[in-house]
Design a binder for this molecule. Structure first.
Ligand code: E4P
Length: 218
């Protein structure tokens, strides 16, 4: 499973990209607003830091206007993935942009039929929002399982399942178990994945014993 980082904070991305664990980045208008910075400048900086897809979301709601915005975003760098909402206009724009060779991430997916349509429209990625479904008492992970099953039924559907709206380590684990192709993870959650108290305790003990040997490796 690939890891994308879900943030528009360039410093966070630079720090995480240095670990080699970041395969791409997703942003959305809310994340961009949080930075208080110019959208296209932020996307340009992120694209220079990360080789993989960087999602940049359109703000228009009508297909032709989405395509125009998408083209403008795609000009920023070759690794921009234009993000469009899962509406009929969004799907129409998705088809036009993908046919022109632009990566498209169809976002705000909340059920399996929507994901099927996104794949039919040629989406590069579909983003089911796990956390927001859990928030309203539904099971976000079940949606990942359903989409995986549907996509696996048809060779012609090559859209990647990008598990989004991830709130914690269990979401990452279960998304991987359910066969999501990508998980987009907030920086804090990504950092948390490596942690285990027994790792820390074990390392402390090994280092203390190593000191007793009086040896040095180099
Ligand atoms: C991903 O592309 C989305 O922007 C993001 O995962 C949404 O997460 P949220 O539900 O925590 O806002």
């Amino acid at each position: 499973m690939k890891f994308f980082v879900d943030t528009a904070d360039v410093d966070e991305i630079a720090e995480l990209a240095a670990t080699g664990l970041v395969d791409g980045v997703t942003t959305n208008p809310s994340l961009v607003a949080k930075t208080g910075r110019d959208f296209k400048t932020v996307i340009r900086e992120i694209c220079a830091l990360v080789d993989g897809p960087v999602s940049a979301e359109v703000a228009a709601t009508e297909a032709d206007a989405m395509v125009e915005e998408g083209r403008s975003l795609a000009e920023i760098a070759t690794n921009v993935a234009v993000k469009v909402p899962l509406t009929l206009d969004g799907l129409k724009a998705c088809r036009t942009l993908t046919q022109a060779g632009t990566m498209v991430n169809v976002t705000l997916c909340f059920n399996a039929n929507q994901a099927l349509l996104a794949a039919k429209a040629g989406a590069t990625f579909v983003s089911p929002f796990i956390g927001r479904l859990d928030d309203i008492g539904l099971d976000g992970m079940e949606l990942i399982e359903e989409i995986r099953q549907i996509y696996d039924n048809y060779d012609a559907l090559s859209t990647e399942i990008l598990a989004a709206s991830i709130r914690g380590a269990n979401h990452v684990k279960f998304a991987a178990m359910a066969g999501a192709d990508v998980a987009t993870v907030p920086p804090g959650v990504l950092r948390g994945l490596v942690m285990h108290p027994l790792t820390d305790k074990g390392l402390d003990a090994f280092l203390a014993d190593w000191k007793k040997t009086g040896q040095s490796i180099l």
